[in-house]
Design a protein around this ligand. Structure first.
Ligand SMILES: C[S@@+](CC[C@H](N)C(=O)[O-])C[C@H]1O[C@@H](n2cnc3c(N)ncnc32)[C@H](O)[C@@H]1O
Length: 196
């Protein structure tokens, strides 16, 4: 539910240049569109989407922009296979981890929320990137029916697929024990975890 505005970067003191914005869950491309319009923090924009229709739509949207690179697939796999390359060793990367079940996805991965697998893939890179996790309320309220979709059994939200906060923090500290972790939780407006 979060939006990466100029105000967000100022509030969390993320002002220095990053080489790469890496998003999981491209959806309709709006996060990249906003950043391209309103920010000059990033050199390149990478994003991965599992849903074919969404991937194709966004591929059209950014076809003329060489700074945007889109991947079709499961986020944890793409992170592992496409970033585990020495060319990224000295890059400053900002991860916007936002891939998860939405109730209306045509395709989804083996889990409704690949976050722990994504963090494990990032751990293999041996770097200390900035990490922002969006939609934390889904994880903090995973047993709350307001965050589920009882209307459609085939796409039913499966609470067990969502990690709890302690698991998320443990995995982040495995990437690097020096991370400072902040939460920003404002019901109806934003629900971020920021690790710097
Ligand atoms: C909340 S939306 C992303 C919103 C977008 N990041 C933004 O800021 O506007 C979640 C997206 O994650 C995608 N998704 C779900 N599971 C995924 C996975 N395992 N790998 C990649 N994308 C996934 C969904 O299809 C959906 O488009």
């Amino acid at each position: 539910m979060g939006v990466l505005t100029k105000e967000f970067f100022a509030r969390f003191n993320i002002n220095e240049k990053h080489d790469i914005f890496f998003e999981t869950g491209t959806y309709n491309g709006v996060a990249i569109l906003n950043l391209l319009k309103n920010n000059d923090i990033f050199e390149e924009y990478h994003s991965v989407e599992i849903d074919s229709a969404r991937f194709q739509k966004c591929s059209g949207l950014f076809s003329n922009n060489s700074r945007v690179k889109l991947y079709k697939g499961d986020s944890a796999d793409i992170l592992k296979n496409n970033l585990s390359n020495s060319e990224y060793d000295d890059k400053k990367i900002f991860f916007w981890l936002d891939a998860h079940w939405m109730g209306d996805s045509g395709e989804q991965g083996t889990t409704h929320c690949p976050l722990l697998d994504e963090l494990e893939s990032i751990k293999q890179l041996n770097i200390k990137p900035t990490i922002v996790i969006d939609d934390l309320f889904f994880m903090l309220n995973r047993d709350d029916p307001r965050y589920q979709n009882p209307e459609d059994g085939s796409k039913l939200h499966n609470a067990k697929h969502w990690p709890i906060l302690d698991e998320i923090k443990t995995k982040i500290y495995e990437i690097n024990p020096d991370y400072e972790i902040q939460l920003s939780l404002i019901e109806g407006r934003e629900d971020y975890l920021i690790a710097k």
